[in-house]
Design a protein around this ligand. Structure first.
Ligand code: CUA
Length: 167
């Protein structure tokens, strides 16, 4: 078989470019264990209750200090578990005073979900095996929709709650 000189040059440069790109990609993907910034802490998705934060009584909004709150959430297909109110009904609305610092911690035992408070900078992917967390200051008053923006199944569109930031 005879390869023309130019064919050989293009073949070699093509293969070299492929190897170079794959090397850069592989390096970028695995160097220093790179992963989304919000996914530093791992958790057993089959036993999330082992973590105190995600036990039923600790779900939802908790005030930890003046103007400091934690919200623990278990995302499942197709619900955000924010705990229950005094009457035992599932909480679907959290009320936070304007200017408060809020740490959202979210886990899931089943599939990948999204966690987006529309109109704010809170937007995370929730993956089984990781605690997704973000701390933010709620500086804008209003009612915001917390929604799942990762397709997770037939009930995906029903997966939402509301976050009310009051003055
Ligand atoms: Cu959960 Cu889409």
């Amino acid at each position: 078989m005879h390869l023309h000189k130019y064919e050989r040059i293009w073949l070699i440069s093509g293969i070299s470019a492929l190897i170079l790109f794959l090397t850069i990609l592989g390096f970028g993907a695995f160097y220093l264990g790179t992963h989304p910034q919000s996914h530093g802490v791992i958790i057993d998705p089959g036993n999330i209750e082992a973590n105190e934060a995600f036990q039923t009584e600790n779900l939802g909004l908790t005030k930890v200090d003046d103007d400091k709150y934690i919200v623990n959430i278990v995302a499942t297909a197709f619900n955000y578990d924010l705990g229950v109110d005094d009457e035992g009904k599932p909480v679907k609305n959290i009320k936070i005073p304007k200017g408060a610092t809020v740490l959202f911690q979210v886990v899931t035992p089943d599939v990948v979900h999204g966690f987006n408070i529309a109109g704010t900078n809170v937007n995370m992917m929730v993956e089984p095996g990781f605690i997704s967390s973000i701390e933010t200051e709620m500086n804008q008053a209003g009612e915001f929709t917390l929604l799942c923006n990762e397709y997770c199944g037939v009930g995906h569109h029903m997966m939402f709650a509301t976050v009310e930031v009051y003055e």
